[in-house]
Write a protein that binds this ligand. Structure first.
Ligand SMILES: *Cc1c(COP(=O)(O)O)cnc(C)c1O
Length: 363
């Protein structure tokens, strides 16, 4: 880590790989010898579309997906996907089925409910979203158009460690906070999406990875910009795309490939998370994890301290150690350490050491 930078544990916007930031800085005035910045160049320029296509190829390579999948770059945040998904894929007598595993999962369901085409297939709300509903808990309705899951629950710190079996019903996943963090059998999903600002780049673009066939049948009544087929047919260039964001996501994907791909990054992420979870588990109850052990997220580690006063003190003292953004979401309270791909192992070591020292001083 550079001397003037901090370890940023914020949930999103989040820490980005230093190499990527430096590369972008070095190229900022002159994109690929064009004499123009990436934010000045026309999105109709051939260099621009080549860059966009390379980003798509790298993302699909990382995910082990072939020609039957497409990658789209959309705007409006993951939150706009919550509305577009039921508009495009449910209705005409079919409902969107949802697993409610946290705040974003619930928000996604509520958008379907506005159209009166939502169905709750499972929920872990009754136990403060501490666990990911199991396969046995998921009850699909007979009229299911799809099952929507939120693969990593950023606020509660839980994550799927299995892929729900849905038979012939398409599986849709919000992977905003864990896309490209570890190898997953992505072929089991018809549609995956992520707001970039957690694990993939800057805020301002949503990455959609979906089966081409699934994207091709938007109902005729949907406004042009809210149709997936509009964006698929025009290679995400129907209107002016978020050029800089796509460029940064492309660089991040190339960086991931250079690291060795999802197997390597997944092992690294598991080691990082283990450092912090072990510190919680070996603290004699001083730290209490929010998530059930079998549902723990490798990306967002949520935990509480014995009192709110100690939690406040923890946040303040952490800052003096270059450890920033560890305050939890108000709906859970306590702490949350977001440790996405870009967080180096040393950042987690430093946090774990700080936690141990803090406990010894305050237990
Ligand atoms: C952050 C987040 C969202 C919301 O993303 P926006 O881009 O702010 O709309 C949705 N789902 C998950 C899992 C998230 O972590």
């Amino acid at each position: 880590m550079e001397a003037n930078r901090v370890y940023n544990f914020n949930p999103g916007p989040a820490l980005q790989p230093l190499e990527v930031l430096k590369e972008a800085q070095a190229e900022f005035l002159n994109f690929q010898g064009s004499g123009e910045s990436i934010i000045e160049i026309s999105h109709r320029a051939k260099e621009f579309e080549a860059m966009l296509n390379q980003a798509k190829t790298d993302i699909k390579d990382l995910m082990g997906l072939g020609d039957d999948y497409d990658v789209l770059f959309l705007q409006g945040g993951a939150s706009t996907q919550f509305a577009m998904i039921p508009m495009n894929f449910a209705g005409s007598g079919k409902t969107g089925n949802y697993v409610l595993s946290g705040s974003f999962a619930t928000k996604a369901y509520q958008e379907a409910e506005l159209l009166e085409i939502g169905h709750v297939a499972a929920s872990s709300k009754d136990r403060d979203f501490r666990h990911i509903p199991t396969q046995e808990e998921i009850q699909l309705s007979d009229d299911a158009a799809y099952l929507h899951v939120c693969y990593n629950n950023t606020i509660y710190g839980t994550e799927y460690h299995y892929i729900p079996e849905t038979g012939s019903v398409p599986l849709i996943a919000d992977m905003s906070s864990d896309m490209l963090s570890r190898p997953i059998d992505f072929k089991k999903f018809s549609f995956i999406y992520a707001g970039a600002q957690k694990n993939l780049g800057p805020a301002g673009v949503v990455v959609v990875v979906a089966r081409k066939e699934f994207l091709s049948n938007s109902p005729k009544t949907i406004p042009t910009m809210l149709r997936y087929d509009t964006h698929a047919e025009k290679n995400s260039l129907y209107n002016t795309p978020p050029a800089f964001c796509i460029y940064m996501v492309g660089k991040t994907a190339a960086w991931l490939k250079k690291q060795g791909g999802l197997t390597v990054i997944g092992e690294r992420n598991a080691k990082k998370a283990k450092l912090i979870y072990d510190t919680i588990d070996n603290s004699d109850g001083f730290y209490r994890g929010h998530a059930d052990k079998d549902s723990r997220s490798l990306m967002n580690v949520t935990f509480r301290l014995p009192t709110e006063a100690l939690e406040k003190q923890f946040v303040e003292e952490a800052k003096t150690q270059q450890l920033c953004g560890v305050k939890g979401h108000r709906s859970v309270g306590g702490m949350r350490a977001s440790i996405y791909n870009a967080m180096p192992y040393e950042g987690c070591e430093r946090l774990a050491a700080f936690m141990e020292n803090f406990r010894q001083a305050n237990a």
